[in-house]
Design a protein around this ligand. Sequence first.
Ligand SMILES: *Cc1c(COP(=O)(O)O)cnc(C)c1O
Length: 434
Amino acid sequence: MAERFPHLKNSDPEVYDLIQKQIEFESTTLKMIASESFAPYEVMEAQGSPFTNKYAEGYPGARYYEGNEFADQIENLARERGKKLFGAEHINVQPYSGSPANNAVYRAIAKPGDKIMGMPVSQSGHLTHGWKVSFSGMDYTQVPFGPDPVTGKIDMDQVRQIALAERPRMIWAGTSAYTYKLDYAAFADIAREVDAYLVADIAHINALIIAGVHPDPVPHCDIVSSTSHKMLRGPRAGFILSKIEDRYQQKYYAESKFNLAQRVDRAVFPCLQGGPHMHAIAAMAFAFGYAMTDEFKEYGRQILKNAQALGGYLQQRGVALIGGGTETHILLLDFRKEEYTGKDVSQAMAKCGIIGNFNMVPGDTRKPFTTSGVRLGTPSLTAMGMKEADMEKVADFISRVCQAVKNQNIDDVAPGIRGEVAEFCRSFTIPGLA
Ligand SMILES: *Cc1c(COP(=O)(O)O)cnc(C)c1O
């Protein structure tokens, strides 16, 4: 293969060297951060294209700058493909990332001070669902709900009771460390009962939805927000799907001449953003196209199969899991009963080249910076081409790390496991890196 990054290599060896090191790191570690996967070369090529130069404030056909003939075409292509992929009435592909997308969602359907229902970060919600240190918790009043501390599953009767008591303006149905499927139809019934907007945040699970192994939120929700990196394997960016008409126009926006889709667009630009990242939108057009292929759907299904296989092999080796397994791409290793913490294990795993993150688990009594859990996901391993049988090997590595943490001899065994992990990774072809 031709040498990559020849220009950087020539003119800025410092930056080039760090990129090479990152490639080496990604090629020899098991990337098990649940929100990561591998973007294919096409996504990197599109992001590295001259669309990165273009200023295109506005929307296709209504820009504030000249020279947007092809910017218009590429944004329309992304929009058409995105709408088709998700079966959505409207899409906005300009959000810079998932958090700005969610900020725009608030701007489209709520006013500062409104009550919003969301899950705290400590209970699998996202910062932008009303967590106190985020704009969303400062500007809006979070009414929290979360998984049951014993089962780890959201109790929809409890969600309904909270909604009836608090009557929020909107409800976030979205998670980042949850092992069960979300029941959007049940969320929608509750939202309608209290005249709340229902927003699904599918940043983590969009490929499972596309593959048909997770319920589809689009028919049930007013708005669906997402990232296009994570398991979708597109550029680091966000997008927002919505209905065109607002079911609560008369109730909340009677004086507005804009429908829901128009309010979403106006929230993204000009309310929150300036010029769209056209290079990211070009890559998003590719990613949406790729996500429509059978190959991608097979990847989405395999993510779930791998997570379930890995869960089984881990439990066989005595590693406890929240909920006893998973219905998604995520496993939550459960160390609530152990002397050691989630952080002890995630740091030990990293020494061995297995990259995950420590995470609060349902019913956790430890602090957010130690935690009793480790969150692992299978999208990256699946993108590398791993199948169920490979998960046994991965489970072996992880259980050996847990054992070493227990025996307090991780520094003795880490170099050996690290070498085995690197060798194992090199037996796969990694998209975008190989
Ligand atoms: C990752 C994530 C986001 C935000 O994405 P960023 O691109 O990191 O800002 C929003 N919601 C959920 C549920 C996420 O997991």
